[in-house]
Design a protein around this ligand. Structure first.
Ligand code: PGA
Length: 246
């Protein structure tokens, strides 16, 4: 399966900084063995759409409304994202679940909206440190994935899944390759029970993935790529992760 490396810029960037970063990424694109995407803030979709046009880089968003259209001030619909050539959309990132109280059911609806618009949702699941220490990791990620399976039925094989342990995000602490593989295997098994096409679902790891730990993580049998935060903002770091994804 072709791996996917997706950058999550979060709330970072400027017209000038984006142009410089994209220029450096696109210079390297002919060597890529994997799929590569950047998930940018909605205000920069138009800019980055223009920059990636005709290239090997795909455009992604970081969130989508659970509603189709209407009186939802500040929200952005899946149809609007599609208008800007968006191919992937992160849903259920732990920062959305935590700061915006997004429930499992909301995340499942967002994934459904994205799929209906022809956008691949990158569905994030992951446990907090307290949950890991209480031995609840598998229970938590299975519950989070079950909601998305329940709402999306047989379309589940069209998603990308990302395992992002909350304690590893932006902390410099990474799950060891074995710890990550164990959870990825649990998720793979759950997907297999839901769909006969589960083996085509890419399961990304996210949480302080960087140039030095990427190769070992990506060598695990059920780790099919990465969702990269901090390291996606520096072209050399992001490109070394992309180079490790073969
Ligand atoms: P990080 O973020 O790579 O900075 O840990 C990953 C993410 O939040 O998607």
């Amino acid at each position: 399966m072709k791996k996917l490396i997706a950058g999550n810029w979060k709330m970072n960037g400027s017209l000038q900084a984006n142009a410089a970063l994209m220029y450096a990424l696109l210079l390297d694109a002919s060597d890529w063995a994997c799929d590569v995407a950047v998930c940018v803030p909605p205000t920069y979709l138009s800019q980055v759409q223009g920059l990636v046009h005709g290239s090997r880089l795909d455009l992604g968003a970081q969130d989508v409304s659970e509603h189709e259209a209407g009186a939802f001030t500040g929200e952005v619909s899946a149809g609007m994202l599609k208008d800007f050539g968006v191919r992937y959309c992160i849903v259920g990132h732990s920062e959305r679940r935590h700061y915006h109280q997004e429930s499992d059911a909301t995340v499942a609806l967002k994934a459904q909206r994205a799929l209906a618009a022809g956008i691949t949702p990158i569905v994030c699941v992951g446990e907090t440190l307290a949950q890991r220490e209480a031995g609840l990791t598998e229970e938590v990620v299975k519950r989070q994935l079950a909601a998305v399976v329940h709402t999306n039925g047989h379309c589940i094989s069209e998603i990308v899944l990302a395992y992002e342990p909350v304690w590893a995000i932006g902390t410099g602490k990474t799950a060891s390759p074995q710890e990550a593989q164990q959870v990825h295997h649990v998720l793979r098994t759950q997907l297999q029970a839901a769909s006969q096409h589960a083996d085509r679902v890419r399961i990304l790891y996210g949480g302080s993935m960087n140039a030095s730990n990427a190769a070992a993580l990506l060598a695990q049998p059920d780790i099919d790529g990465g969702l990269i935060g901090g390291a996606a903002l520096k072209a050399p770091d992001f490109l070394s992760i992309v180079a490790a994804a073969r």
